[in-house]
Design a binder for this molecule. Structure first.
Ligand SMILES: [Zn+2]
Ligand SMILES: [Zn+2]
Length: 419
């Protein structure tokens, strides 16, 4: 190895998920993201081969986490707890709020938060986070400067979400003189050439159409951590004269955004209420966090009221809640909207959900758009950065980069290259 900056994509050169990039300069190292590959089990997945994780030679200066999606943080729980994890303040707050509710939930022990546009240093590495538009809240790309080289890591990005202005801001004044751009390509292979993803605003309008025409409750199966989507659901609910019901998990995640414009079950948002399914009530007791419901006082909808509230309500659900709503008699004339990746519908949970909806004569719709940029916006992004080398990451189709973007240099998992 030479003295200059060297980069290794440990995972992610030919898959979405599992992203992990190590940068080494003058005997010092940082690692960007440490994700769990899609469909992988935490227990069965080994950490990538990063010797400095296990050594106390002081060469590893810390981890950078781009955002709170498991395909970026999923293997962090396997790190020795003393290693610093640098992440966005709101990402930390959401991960902490979500941790008790989700299987394998986690928040870093040694966390250091960074802010949009505020450069910080780890040894010789100067890092500037760029807040971006993505389905994950508080998601960043990183400019990393070291040894006279400038590297940009895109993180996960899109230009059609509720924070599209962040994408346009970036395009207008991108970091200059980039030697290496590591750019995601999730949408390659998913869209035909020239095809665009629907915007979040279009999703809101399609949700509104359903909510206006539905006579019973509207159940929206989406991720509570897809904050853009929750906002779309809330806005469509409001425009159709309905209130939004969320469970304790979604309530805690929304509160943890600590963002004024995000709907949440607090005083300022009289049309956001909390419904706690029976199974969740037991769960909160088991986890010793039942007291968190005290904060929802005056904003609860109880099972006995659910039937009469159904026609003027939209509820954000997960598939297992259906049985609870059935018991409460709240599913007459109900409509279910699948508002997440339709690939999940092929899972056991997804299949069972579709069957359960059919069995209860629940109308079923799919309304969703991607959390990732379409090829059109990726092209705009790469042209704005105009790097000496563009290295594909976070994609199942690195071979498609060549035809779409300039200066593409492909790498393989585990291979070191000079910046
Ligand atoms: Zn993501
Ligand atoms: Zn990702």
């Amino acid at each position: 190895m030479n003295d200059g900056l060297q980069i290794c994509i440990h995972r992610g050169t030919n898959q979405i998920g599992g992203s992990c990039v190590e940068l080494q300069y003058a005997g010092k190292r940082i690692v960007v993201d440490l994700g769990l590959p899609l469909d992988a089990e935490l227990e069965a997945t080994d950490l990538p081969d990063i010797p400095s994780i296990h050594s106390d030679d002081g060469s590893l200066l810390g981890f950078l986490l781009s955002h709170g999606h498991r395909d970026h943080w999923g293997l962090l729980p396997k790190l020795p707890p003393a290693i610093n994890v640098h992440l966005g303040r709101k990402t930390l707050s959401i991960m902490t709020a979500a941790a008790p509710f989700i299987p394998g939930g986690y928040a870093p022990v040694a966390s250091v938060t960074y802010s949009d546009g505020q450069q910080f240093e780890l040894g010789p590495f100067k890092i500037t986070p760029y807040l971006m538009d993505h389905s994950g809240f508080d998601a960043y790309g990183f400019l990393i400067e070291v040894g006279g080289k400038r590297v940009y890591y895109s993180g996960d990005i899109r230009g059609h979400g509720r924070k599209a202005a962040l994408f346009e801001r970036f395009i207008k004044s991108p970091p200059s003189a980039i030697d290496v751009l590591l750019m995601e390509g999730s949408s390659l292979g998913r869209l035909q050439a020239g095809e665009r993803f629907e915007t979040e605003a279009e999703i809101e309008n399609r949700l509104l159409d359903v909510m206006k025409t539905a006579s019973g409750m509207v159940l929206v199966a989406c991720s509570a951590q897809n904050i853009d989507r929750v906002v779309s659901v809330y806005r469509a609910a409001k425009r159709s004269g309905r209130q939004l019901l969320v469970d304790a998990y979604a309530a805690e995640v929304l509160k943890a955004t600590d963002t004024k414009s995000i709907p949440k079950p607090t005083e300022e948002w009289s049309d956001v209420k909390v419904y706690i399914p029976q199974a969740q009530r037991r769960f909160l007791k088991e986890k010793n966090i039942a007291s968190l419901v005290d904060a929802y006082k005056g904003r609860r909808v109880f099972p006995e009221a659910l039937r009469s509230e159904a026609a003027r309500s939209v509820m954000i659900i997960r598939p297992w809640m259906l049985r609870d709503l059935e018991r409460a008699g709240a599913l007459d004339e109900a409509t279910a909207v699948w508002s997440q990746w339709d690939g999940y519908l092929k899972d056991e949970t997804g299949t069972r959900f579709v069957e359960a909806c059919a069995a209860s004569s629940i109308r079923f719709e799919i309304i969703h758009t991607s959390g990732h940029a379409d090829p059109h916006d990726l092209k705009r992004f790469s042209e704005a950065v105009s790097p000496m080398k563009l290295v594909p990451i976070h994609t199942f189709h690195p071979e498609q980069f060549d035809g779409l973007f300039a200066n593409v240099v492909r790498s393989s998992d585990g291979e070191w290259f000079n910046a």
